[in-house]
Write a protein that binds this ligand. Sequence first.
Ligand SMILES: C=C1C[C@]23C[C@@]1(O)CC[C@H]2[C@@]12CC[C@H](O)[C@@](C)(C(=O)O1)[C@H]2[C@@H]3C(=O)O
Ligand SMILES: O=C(O)CCC(=O)C(=O)O
Ligand SMILES: [Fe+2]
Length: 338
Amino acid sequence: MVVLSNQSALNELFLAKTCNPSSMFTEVPEVDLSHPDAKTIMVKACQEIGLFKLVNHGIPLEVITRLENEALKFFTQSQSQKDKAGPPDPFGYGSKRIGTNGDMGWVEYLLLSTNPDIVSPKTVQLFNQNPESLRLCVEEYIGEMKKICCEVLEEMGEGLGLGRRKNVFSRMIREERSDSCFRVNRYPSCGELKEEIALSGRNLIGFGEHTDPQILSVLRSNNTSGLQICLPDGTWASIPPDHSSFFINVGDLLQVMSNGRFKSVKHRVLADSTLSRLSMIYFGGPSLEEKIAPLPSLVSKEEESLYRELTWREYKNAAYKSRLSDHRITLFHKSSNT
Ligand SMILES: C=C1C[C@]23C[C@@]1(O)CC[C@H]2[C@@]12CC[C@H](O)[C@@](C)(C(=O)O1)[C@H]2[C@@H]3C(=O)O
Ligand SMILES: O=C(O)CCC(=O)C(=O)O
Ligand SMILES: [Fe+2]
């Protein structure tokens, strides 16, 4: 990562505009998939917060560690070597620039698609220029993420009373053309900028505030903190890291399909001055042609359907033209004609 020498560049690019002291969120709901109450706890968490912690998930620790080590090997290469797989198209290796609309963060990352229709030259470069073990470990990990994402979605379907249609969400991820993606983020420690940051009285942004556009995200990180969520009262709260668990968060499409019952949680990452954070996130999404609208069985008689129908392709295209912090879900609002 290039070290910024200039205070104003730092201000402009990476500092959180307002940073009220944020609290540690000690009451993150915990879901044990093997527990009979799992579905009830997850539905409550998705309604109230949009995030919960999945424990006892059954994903072999070796699968996680293998990929974490491969990712670290990749990131510790020289900048010029890593840049061969970038800039992202949007897949491949990226550093500091997130998306194409001016968002910046103190982060480097690998972004990969799981959709066989999407051929990314940068991803081809990435796998050609690195040991085969990187690709194998990525594929193995994505396979596990797909399974766990579907299991969680089925449990949610049951919790929402969908009965025999409990797989209405999971079938979208199981489909071969599911447009899911996978990201590995590395947030270097920002110790070298400690003084400038302290002088500004703000925090260094690793990944700016946003909601995830897909259905469901499955996040795992090392034991370095940094992830924050925006609570229903508008305050930011830090999520204590736990390298042996997964954090599941509701994406925009699930908010729409549940007619607003589940909340797509706003989140961000702040950089740490002493430790570097490594996170791996699977974003479960439907096929590009999938039509997304509130499920009729989740719109009660007294309520109305809050959102209009859009295909994932339409929403995704619009989302990728937006800035991270834009409130993209308004595109689904019935009054919106964009
Ligand atoms: C600024 C952007 C980056 C992003 C595409 C976007 O235009 C708006 C949504 C962003 C986001 C957030 C969640 C995921 O990390 C991501 C891969 C996604 O699907 O939407 C990123 C996009 C990205 O980094 O390309
Ligand atoms: O790196 C993290 O912990 C979260 C990043 C994130 O929210 C994202 O990539 O969408
Ligand atoms: Fe995110």
